[in-house]
Design a protein around this ligand. Structure first.
Ligand SMILES: [Zn+2]
Length: 240
């Protein structure tokens, strides 16, 4: 599907309500997030869950809002804003750490709380969709086939048990994917999967546009344009 890289699929991790000097990298400030959602609404975008991209009846200006890892701040700060704008989103959960902390992240100074089962169910009832991001957040291409397949299928099962719905979208930890891993994700029954690559049109390697704490509103505006893939290609050429 050649047009798949035209739809902005946004990648967020955390939404925080912290002073400017404590926001960096993946910690997007709540005020910025609200301005970004406001811009999407004003530009006429309709937010759809990731798997809706594979359906025929897409709205005219679709956008997909994704969150990786399932941090509790998604519930505390992002969810109220999403409700305000009647937007849905897709959150990728690490099934073995639901209700716990992000123990897989050795660079984190303090553990960060992840969504609880109750919070996930409340969001699912509203229409937030949940996808799988493995059981333990490993580097999938480095695992044996058996171990990788367990991480992929077991996370699907565990999240389905929590949300009570079929889980059809997957997200590769660290964006790392090999041909074999991709095959296993399809074999496990997922309909689509996210990477971070901006060029691909493969439903099992969907490109995403990452939003950082320092992304300006103009930078965000660029990232929601259909021509963003060409823009990034040109920028790479200029930088040579
Ligand atoms: Zn992750």
């Amino acid at each position: 599907m050649l047009w798949l890289n035209r739809v902005p699929i946004l990648l967020y991790h955390r939404i925080v309500n912290l002073p400017l000097d404590e926001r960096e990298g993946i910690r997007v400030g709540l005020r910025n997030f609200r301005r970004q959602m406001n811009l999407l609404a004003w530009q006429g975008f309709k937010a759809v869950p990731l798997n809706a991209l594979l359906d025929k009846d897409l709205p005219k200006k679709p956008v997909v809002i994704t969150f990786d890892d399932g941090y509790q701040d998604n519930y505390l700060y992002a969810f109220p804003v999403l409700k305000e704008y009647k937007f849905c989103a897709t959150i990728f959960l690490v099934s073995g750490h639901i209700g716990g902390t992000n123990q897989w992240d050795s660079q984190q100074k303090e553990p960060v709380r992840l969504l609880s089962q109750d919070e996930i169910r409340e969001m699912a009832d509203y229409g937030i969709s949940f996808g799988a991001h493995t059981v333990t957040h490993p580097h999938l291409p480095q695992l044996t086939d058996d171990r990788a397949f367990y991480e992929i299928t077991q996370s699907k099962r565990e999240i389905e048990e929590v949300v009570g719905k079929e889980v059809v979208s997957f997200c590769y930890p660290y964006g790392e994917v090999s041909l074999r891993v991709k095959e296993m994700v399809a074999e496990a029954g997922f309909r689509c999967a996210c990477a971070c690559d901006t060029e691909s049109c493969d439903p099992y390697k969907l490109p995403r546009r990452q939003i950082f704490s320092k992304t300006s509103l103009f930078g965000f505006w660029r990232k929601i344009q259909r021509w963003y893939p060409e823009y990034t290609r040109l920028r790479k050429l200029w930088k040579r």
